[in-house]
Ligand binder design. Structure first.
Ligand code: SF4
Length: 163
């Protein structure tokens, strides 16, 4: 199976703070989770992608949150700079990659304003999570691409095995 994976989960230093969210090296993941992740990497064709970098943002960059989660979407940095356009371009580029390469599954980083698939920060920069999707996760989901996050590795593995 082909799987689009957030570059930061693969260990690439593309996060806003210049770091990564490596599953393989991260201390917050159990050995079992790392093993499941390695199985997924070994048994599938992996496409590494970072929507925010693809959309033209540099690394490191200011943290951003979605301040309007309904159309017209608005994404702002913590100094109120409007970064909606690069976020939308990144989402569009992710979808284009999935459509061009026939990718039907994505493993995306949770809570990110681009990649989060279940919860995102509420736009107040107060560390408050609300139910919602990042712009990339939302666009992929709307186009039939099944999106998982790094806390759903077993579900992802099971989904791959059954499809
Ligand atoms: S946009 Fe997605 S892939 Fe890029 S750093 Fe943020 S969470 Fe990771």
């Amino acid at each position: 199976m082909k799987v689009l994976v957030s570059s930061c989960l693969l260990g690439e230093d593309v996060r806003f703070d210049g770091n990564n969210s490596s599953i393989a090296m991260g201390s917050s993941f159990t050995f079992a989770q790392k093993e499941t992740f390695m199985d997924i990497l070994c048994d599938n064709e992996i496409f590494s992608f970072c929507p925010e970098v693809s959309g033209g943002l540099g690394t490191p960059r200011l943290p951003a949150e979605i301040v309007s989660a309904v159309k017209p979407f608005k994404v702002e940095t913590n100094n109120e700079e409007d970064v909606t356009i690069p976020f939308l371009i990144g989402a569009k580029n992710a979808l284009e990659m999935c459509l061009n390469d026939d990718i039907k599954i994505a493993l995306l980083k949770s809570k990110s304003p681009s990649c989060g698939n279940i919860k995102i920060y509420d736009g107040t920069f107060s560390n408050t999570l609300v139910e919602g999707q990042g712009l990339t996760a939302k666009l992929l989901d709307e186009n039939g691409i099944k999106v998982f996050n790094e806390t759903q590795l077993e579900e992802l593995k099971e989904f791959i095995e059954n499809n």
